[in-house]
Design a protein around this ligand. Sequence first.
Ligand SMILES: [Zn+2]
Length: 166
Amino acid sequence: MKPLVISSIPDSGLHLKGQFDHDIFDLADGDDAKPAQNVRYDLKVSDLESLIFVTGTLYGVFDLTCTACLERFPCHLVIPEWEVDFPLDEIENEEGLIDLTERIREDLLLELPTTPRCEDWVKDRVCPGARSAHFESSEHTAEPDAEGGAGENVWDALDDLGDSDR
Ligand SMILES: [Zn+2]
């Protein structure tokens, strides 16, 4: 994704939709998370006089290891209401460029689950390690929250990204 040129943002705002290579994550070989697909974005950029405001949807796929069954699984990470702003007085390059890629990279990595569970991320999957994990810790009963509420939105957002007309 090319840097955003502030002077090129029209008053009506800018719609950015596309994808870029997952190589940007540049994770260490020993890192459990492996980016598996290009990162997709669908963003609206607005010039609000004193700052540049960006909002929209980010989507990335990572291969992770389930902490319960130890199998690898694809984690489809969606941030449906991503927001970031860039105050103009903090932009230090003369050309007025904004590097959105770096912010997208950071925020997707921050969204990665710290204790990934395959069945939280793979539709209709029942984790073979779940039973023993539940037995050991009843705290996991709180987890369906992640599936019920936000989960629906996540798949909706994914559908929106599917019909891409870049
Ligand atoms: Zn599992």
